[in-house]
Each structure stands twice: as C-alpha cells, then as structure tokens.
Design a protein around this ligand. Structure first.
Ligand code: G1P
Ligand code: ZN
Length: 544
C-alpha cells in the first residue's frame, strides 16, 4: 500500500458559504484545489480513524473524478469504510438518510445544488456530520481556518474504483461499498407516507401528475418511487436522466427555470399536480393545475395537514422557518398551539432544533421543505407529502390552498433577485441600509408604518451560538415585511435578494395578483435601499 504525502500551499478562497464550498468547475480543476479542501475537512475531524464515511453527489460534471480522488484520500486518512452511491450518485436528502441509517461518522456531498453544471458551470462540496445534517458553522469555520494554513495532503496510490458495480472492494485498508442510491431512501419514504392510498390516487384514472427531474439527481429516485412503487404511469417523470450539464438547463425548480413543467401545468389538458426538484434533489416546487404554491404557503399547508399523514399523525413538536420565509406557517403554529422558530437562511440552522426534538417540520422560501426524517431539505419528500394530502382530501391543490387562506389569511409573498451584480456595490447597498436602519423605526412609509428595522441576529436556543448580520429586516405594524440580504451561494459577483411579504386577512382580496398586492412594498424597497442606483439594474433578474 502506497500512501503518499504531498506538499501543497493554501488557496485563500475556500470559505464555505450558505451550503458548502461552491466554485466554478474551472476553479475546482486547478491542481490541488479539491485535495486541499478535502484534506482540510479530514484534518478537522477528530476520531475519524476506522470510521464510515458516506460519499456521493448530484452527478454533475467533475462528480466522478472528485469521487475517485476523495476515495483515495479517505483511504490515506485512516477511514475504515466509505459508502458510495452507484455511479457516484446520491441526492442530498438520500445522503442524509444514509448517514443516519448506517450511523456513519459523516458524509461528503458533491453538489452545487441548483447552480448550472457542466464544464462551464459550477461544482461544490460540503461536509455533513453524523446527524446527517450540514456541518454547523463552528465546523465549517474550522475547515476554512485549516484550509488557510494547509501544507500537505495524503493520498493512496491506487487504481480507480468501478462505481457501476454494487458491492464491496478494498483499496489499501479502506473498504469501499458501492450501494444502491435509492433503496434506503425509498424505504424511509414508505415508512412515512400512506403508499397504499397514494397508489390508489395515482392509478385511479382520475388524477394525473407530472414530475420534472430537470435532468438532475432525482431522476432515478422519482422513477423508482413514483412510477415503479406507486404505480404512476411511465412518462409521469420527465427529464429523468441525470446529465452532467443538466441538459444545459438551470436545475432550479421555480417558474422561470422549470419551464417544461410550467408549460404542461399551464397548458391545455394540464395534469392535476406538478412538481420539480433541483440539481441535488433537496428543493421542490409544487404546482396545481394553472396554480403555483409558494414554498412559504407549502410549509404552512403541510403543517396544517400533517395529521393526515401516517408519519406525522402523532402531532408536530414545532415548526421552523428561515427568517425571510413568510410567516404563513407561524399562523398555523399559533392556532395549533405549537412553537414556530425563526432561523437564519440555510438548512444548517434547523439541525439543532431537529436534534433536540423542538421541531418536526421546517422550511425556507427558497423551495426547501423538510422534516425530522433526515437533516436536509427534501424535494421528493415534499411531493409525497402533498400526494398524501391530495389522496386523503380528494380536493384540488388550488382548493386546498384557497381554503387554507380562508382559515388563516393570505401572506402574499415574493422574492426579487438581482443576480451577478458588482460585489462591492452590493456591499455598499447593505452598509447603507444598515446605517440607515435605526432611523426607520416608527416612520410612515407610504401607508405602512415601520414597527422595527434591524440586522437579524440569531441565538441558537440549543447551543446558544450566535449568528449575526443575517439580513436587514423592515417590519411593519400590519405584519408586512421587507428583507434584504446577499446570497451566500453564488459564484459570480453578488446576488441581492429582496423578500417581500404582506398579510391579507380578507378573503375577498385573496385573488389579487401577487406583484400587484406587493406593489407598494416594492416601491418602498426601492426608496429605502436605492436598488437601481447600487445595482445599476432596472429590474430584478429573477422573480419567484
Ligand atoms: C440559497 C437560499 C437558501 C438555501 C440555500 C441552499 O442561499 O436562499 O434558503 O438554504 O440557497 O439551498 P443564498 O444564496 O440565499 O445564500
Ligand atoms: Zn439543492
């Protein structure tokens, strides 16, 4: 066995963002770039000797190459076993499931989520801990600190592993086990949802659905679960073959990028239900016939209907949402008498709440919903949850959401993104807002009165760690809000996100167009932040 220790010098830009280290493929392809980061992860993991690691990714360009390197480095760094998905494939929620199922020490997930892939696209890597969730900030900070001083990495000289053949093999002292990427995940889904009832719905001839995998990782999962196990006709899953460049598309399930699905759901003879998932399978978009469910509303509807689903019938401990997510779920929680937590953006902040049993469901406005079944958001899980509700209630998606609004009121919600703007100017915009924030309190802006204006900071109720500068919030006395923050996942320039929310209790006004309902808040956002001036853009790049 030939373990080599090779000298290296640090790269100074290996700071993990909202969800791991994301860079363009070109950056990752620089000699030693991947090796440095992987060694920095390993160096910060005390007690890794002999342990089990889970490894897989969303199948994007560079996935296979990176996996071969990581396997050889795991062998040289004393791990005992690596469980790797066949063809190098593991969706993010499946990786989380497998880490938990096998009680692994942790996992490495290769993905840049919804960012485009291919030679000219992005790549990413993140570490998940033994609870199956993204490493908390103290771990990612330690990895970053290590990456700045690293001077060597360890790698075994060995031939590449055949990732297509299921089963075990040895490289050096490491056992590599190539596993079916779908099996344990599918079993977990079966334990949570009423598969019998969903099967009846999907084979009744009265209900049609379409699931868009966007040529990304959920293809094999959706084929196996929706078509093979639940009996949906073949063809239900579209774009189901994972491609290294996602077919040239942008694997982000929203109304702009999931155009194949949107065309069907808004076309003639549209199916009853449509859904899509992103590059690594953790996001979801839910559509009814000619009807879009905002992710914030989706979380609220799942919370209100959880008692209809076997896995959640015993009741919810609580619910959590990221700060910019609308407060629709808060209203359900309040009526149900359960706690609703508000966390910073990013799934890692839900981990402690889930581990401590304080919440059962959680979600983000960015098309992420999940529960305590794993420690990641989970696209297909959300789709199955909706199917279970639809199978029990026998109403349309639109009817379910409308009756939800009748009961709780409607939180009109939209996010305006300004992508790829100059990073310095974007920072100036935020600094300008931060400086002016204290003065806004109590002011009348158009017909809204400012109740509070702050830079969101969060103290974790479990480990009491604090996270500051998580976004500028302007809250109004009627419950409406505007939030500004900069993206932590982009790879080019900066992305400004403006989140807008207004609450409407009156059912006669629930049919208003969202942008119309938010129009005054949109004007106020421009007035207080001078978005056009700082971004040099006339309009947002993407509106969701
Ligand atoms: C974005 C979303 C955030 C999500 C993250 C990872 O992060 O806004 O909710 O957790 O992607 O999917 P951002 O780019 O805003 O930092
Ligand atoms: Zn994702």
């Amino acid at each position: 066995m030939n373990i080599r220790t090779l000298a290296t010098t640090p790269f100074l830009d290996q700071k993990p963002g909202t969800s791991g280290l994301r860079k363009s493929v070109k950056v990752f392809q620089q000699p030693r770039y991947l090796e440095n980061f992987v060694q920095s992860i390993f160096d910060t993991l005390d007690g890794r000797e002999g342990q089990t690691l889970v490894l897989g990714g969303d199948g994007r360009y560079y996935n296979r190459e990176a996996i071969q390197t990581i396997l050889k480095m795991a062998a040289a760094n004393g791990f005992g076993r690596v469980l790797v998905g066949r063809s190098g494939i593991l969706s993010t929620p499946a990786a989380s499931c497998i880490i938990r199922h096998y009680r692994a020490f942790g996992g490495i997930i290769l993905s840049a989520s919804h960012n485009p892939g291919g030679r000219e696209g992005d790549f990413g890597i993140k570490y998940n801990t033994s609870n199956g969730g993204p490493a908390p900030e103290k771990v990612t900070e330690a990895i970053y600190a290590r990456s700045k001083v690293i001077d060597a990495y360890h790698i075994l000289e060995a031939p590449n592993v055949d990732l297509e053949r299921l089963g075990k093999l040895e490289i050096g002292n490491l056992t590599v086990e190539v596993i079916d990427p779908v099996e344990s995940y599918a079993k977990l889904m079966e334990s949570l949802f009423d598969f019998e009832r969903i099967h009846q719905l999907l084979t009744s001839g009265q209900f049609r659905m379409c699931f868009d995998s966007m040529h990304a990782v959920t293809g094999p999962y959706a084929h196996a679960i929706l078509e093979q196990r639940l009996g949906a006709p073949s063809g239900t899953v579209i774009n189901g073959k994972p491609l290294e460049d996602f077919g040239g598309g942008h694997p982000d399930p929203n109304l702009v990028y999931a155009h194949d699905l949107v065309e069907r759901l808004y076309g003639t003879s549209a199916p009853d239900f449509g859904a899509a998932s992103d590059g690594d399978g953790d996001r979801n978009m839910i559509l009814g016939r000619k009807f879009f469910v905002t992710p914030s509303d989706s979380l609220a509807v799942l919370t209100a209907n959880a008692h209809l689903v076997p896995g959640y019938r015993q009741g919810l401990a609580g619910v959590a949402r990221s700060m910019p997510t609308s407060s629709a779920a808060d209203r359900v929680a309040a009526q149900a008498g359960i706690e609703c937590y508000e966390t910073p953006t990013g799934w890692k902040f839900f981990g402690n709440l889930l581990d401590a049993g304080k919440v059962t469901l959680c979600g983000e406005e960015s098309f992420g919903t999940g529960s305590n079944h794993v420690r990641e958001k989970d696209g297909l899980w959300a789709v199955l949850f909706w199917l279970n509700i639809l199978a029990v209630r026998q109403e349309s998606v639109e009817q379910i959401v409308h009756s939800h609004w009748q009961k709780y009121g409607r939180n009109f919600y939209s996010r305006h993104d300004y992508e790829g703007v100059d990073a310095d100017r974007a920072k100036e915009l935020m600094e300008h807002l931060r400086a002016n924030a204290p003065e806004l309190k109590g002011q009348q802006l158009r017909h809204y009165q400012v109740k509070y204006c702050d830079d969101f900071s969060y103290t974790d109720p479990v480990d009491h760690s604090t996270s500051q500068h998580q976004g500028i919030r302007i809250g109004f006395t009627d419950g409406s809000r505007i939030v500004f923050r900069l993206s932590g996942t982009g790879t080019q320039g900066a992305t400004l996100r403006v989140y807008l929310e207004s609450y409407e209790p009156d059912p006669t006004k629930h049919n208003l167009d969202t942008q119309q309902a938010l129009s005054t808040l949109i004007v106020i956002a421009e007035e207080v932040a001078q978005i056009r001036k700082f971004t040099e853009r006339e309009a947002p790049t993407v509106i969701t």
